[in-house]
Design a protein around this ligand. Structure first.
Ligand SMILES: [Zn+2]
Length: 74
């Protein structure tokens, strides 16, 4: 499952192995905000291996982990 974080708060540890960070649509002006608790920086979408294979195959929508993302309103 993807995770939404800025480069400063790249995911590490845990069970998942994130191998790529891709830009969300509209980056850096997208609504995605780093999921790190005290960070409001624009976020990348960090993908696990199978998700990166989907991305390389043209898939562009990914399920993000609950509680692992924030969104910005206008
Ligand atoms: Zn961050």
């Amino acid at each position: 499952m993807a995770i939404v974080r800025c480069r400063m708060h790249a995911p590490h540890g845990g069970d998942a192995d994130f191998i790529a960070a891709v830009e969300p649509l509209g980056f850096p002006g997208s609504a995605l905000v780093c999921g790190s608790r005290a960070c409001d920086e624009p976020a990348f979408i960090w993908l696990e291996g199978a998700e990166k294979m989907d991305y390389d195959g043209g898939i562009r929508v990914f399920r993000a982990g609950a509680g692992e993302m924030k969104v910005r309103a206008v």
